[in-house]
Design a protein around this ligand. Structure first.
Ligand code: HEM
Length: 131
C-alpha cells in the first residue's frame, strides 16, 4: 500500500480534477444510479396524475390512456421503466457494498458492469416492447 510520501512524490493533484479522471464502470454505475434516482423522483407527480386519471371519470381515464400511447407517454414509460430496473439492481449492489460484500476492486468492477448491462438490456427490451 502506498504511503502519503509515495503519493506526494508522484506529483499528483490532491483535490479531484475532472480532467484527469479515467472513466471506469463503478464510476459510471454510481452516476447512473443518481440519474435514475432523480428520474424516478421526477416521475412521482406524473404517476400521481396517472393514478388520479385512471381512477377518475371515464373521460379522464381515456385521456390518460391516450397520452400513454402517444410518443411523450411512451418515452416517459420507457425512461422510468429502464431507470427503475437499473436503480433496483444497482441499489441491491450498493446495499451489498454497504454490508461489506464485493468491496474488492475486481468485484466492484464486475458487479458494476453487470448492473450496467442489466440496465442497458432492460432499456432495449422495454424500447422494443413499447414501440
Ligand atoms: C426499487 C428498489 C430500490 C432500491 C433497492 C434502491 C436503493 C437505493 C440505494 C441503496 C441508494 C443509496 C445509493 C448511495 O449509497 O449513494 C439509493 C439512492 C436513491 N434512490 Fe433508490 N432504491 C430503490 C427505489 C427508488 C425509488 C422508487 C426512488 C424514487 C422514487 C429512488 C430514488 C433514489 C434517489 C433520489 C437516491 C439518491 C441518489 C443519489 O443521491 O445519488 N429509489 N437507492
Amino acid at each position: 500500500m502506498a504511503s502519503d510520501k509515495d503519493y506526494s512524490s508522484m506529483n499528483r493533484p490532491l483535490s479531484p480534477r475532472l480532467s484527469i479522471y479515467r472513466w471506469h464502470a463503478p464510476m459510471l454505475a454510481s452516476l447512473a444510479h443518481r440519474a435514475s434516482g432523480i428520474t424516478l423522483v421526477l416521475f412521482i407527480p406524473v404517476y400521481l396524475w396517472l393514478l388520479h386519471a385512471m381512477t377518475g371519470t371515464p373521460e379522464d381515464f381515456a385521456a390518460a390512456r391516450a397520452w400513454l400511447h402517444l410518443p411523450p407517454g411512451r418515452i416517459v414509460l420507457w425512461l422510468v421503466g429502464a431507470s427503475l430496473i437499473y436503480h433496483f439492481f444497482n441499489g441491491i449492489r450498493f446495499l451489498c457494498l454497504d454490508a461489506g460484500w464485493g468491496e474488492s476492486r475486481e468485484a466492484m468492477r464486475l458487479t458494476a458492469r453487470v448492473a450496467i448491462g442489466v440496465g442497458v438490456a432492460a432499456a432495449i427490451v422495454l424500447g422494443v416492447a413499447l414501440w
